[in-house]
Design a protein around this ligand. Structure first.
Ligand SMILES: *Cc1c(COP(=O)(O)O)cnc(C)c1O
Length: 352
């Protein structure tokens, strides 16, 4: 029985075309700015996202940290959603290393942050008792909000409020191409208005390593120094960039398949007694669903039981589990996963 791994799209392997491009990549010392493959990827990414310049980083976490370091001084405040990946899953890097205080505002169920919430959180710059609001962080798609999508309009509204108060807007766009594909808009519509944006090559785009941080030339020049300080100056990393260039050419349009599979998965899960999810709320490749504790059991026990039955899922929070569709999951795998989940849940319910 082949294991069906729905824990994350980060488990995707590089394609044969990527491996060939990596083997053949022209490289140089990127700390000297001399790696042609990295330079090509950075330019390509910046152009796609409607920004001036790009910077290859080791990970999404590193991009977010470098953005925080670039925009914030010690004692400044960064505003972000209460479900933000930067708040939950990045080891408090922005606070620990950039010295910025994090202020949380509500995320709507679909991950959106309302411009009014940002407006209400921005501080009075003339008051010496309060920190300066220097940065607002958005996330699109939203990981902990079932891959929810912010539209260009949602994004612009927040940018306007932030800019009116002199704050910059950082977009954690780890899965921004999923958002663009789901909304059927050019990705630049979602990224050109923010002050900087990072996306991951290593998730559904199937690359082994890397993220690209994009922004103005001035921002990237500063960010490049912070990246060096946190140990992210890599040398002949053009072997990684080469995979990234292939990803931008070959891995974006196919995300629609992952989204269709995620909807199929959600519809099937919704039919299983003891599990709750609204399939209409699933627009990209992340499906978060609730497990009824009384009927089925504790979420962590359910994860262990599913593993025994050959389905790997991750924990989201309390009684919620997360499944992510990706390039190694076909619609047949979705149906097989649903049949296994149904069996596991029925068995647990019978013994509970
Ligand atoms: C995965 C993820 C990150 C971090 O990316 P890594 O490359 O794993 O460090 C940041 N933000 C969001 C929304 C993510 O999903």
């Amino acid at each position: 029985m082949a294991v069906i791994d729905l824990r994350s799209d980060t488990i995707t392997h590089p394609t044969d075309e990527m491996r060939r491009a990596m083997a053949d990549a022209e490289v140089g010392d990127d700390v000297f700015g001399e790696d042609p493959s990295i330079n090509a990827l950075q330019e390509r990414a910046a152009e796609l996202l409607g920004q001036e310049a790009g910077l290859l980083t080791a990970s999404g976490t590193m991009s977010n940290l470098v953005a925080a370091l670039t925009w914030c001084s010690r004692g400044d405040e960064m505003i972000m959603g209460q479900e933000a990946h930067m708040f939950w899953n990045e080891s408090a890097g922005p606070s620990a290393l950039a010295g910025a205080q994090v202020r949380l505002v509500p995320n709507e169920a679909n991950g959106r942050i309302a411009a009014e919430s940002v407006a209400g959180a921005i501080r009075d710059a003339s008051n010496i008792h309060v920190p300066a609001s220097t940065l607002v962080c958005l996330e699109n798609t939203h990981n902990r909000c079932s891959g929810g999508v912010m539209t260009p309009q949602d994004t612009r509204e927040v940018v306007e409020v932030a800019h009116a108060a002199g704050a910059a807007v950082h977009l954690d766009g780890a899965r921004i191409f999923n958002a663009a594909v789901a909304l059927e808009v050019p990705v630049a519509e979602l990224t050109k208005d923010v002050d900087d944006v990072s996306f991951c090559l290593s998730k559904a785009l199937s690359c082994p390593v890397g993220s690209v941080l994009c922004g103005s030339q001035e921002f990237i020049t500063k960010a490049r120094k912070w990246r060096k300080m946190v140990g992210g100056g890599m040398r002949q990393a053009g072997v990684l960039a080469a995979a990234g260039l292939v990803a931008l050419d070959t891995m974006v349009e196919r995300l629609a398949d992952d989204h269709a599979n995620a909807r199929r998965l959600a519809a099937g899960l919704a039919d299983i007694d003891g599990l709750t999810v609204d399939p209409d709320s699933i627009h990209t490749n992340i499906v978060i669903f609730e497990v009824d504790r009384d009927k089925v059991g504790d979420a962590r026990e359910v994860i262990a039981a599913l593993r025994e039955d050959g389905v790997l899922v991750s924990h989201s929070r309390e009684q919620s589990l997360r499944m992510v569709t990706h390039r190694h999951i076909s619609s047949t795998d979705v149906d097989e996963a649903l049949s296994r989940v149904n069996g596991t849940v029925r068995r647990l319910a019978a013994t509970n």
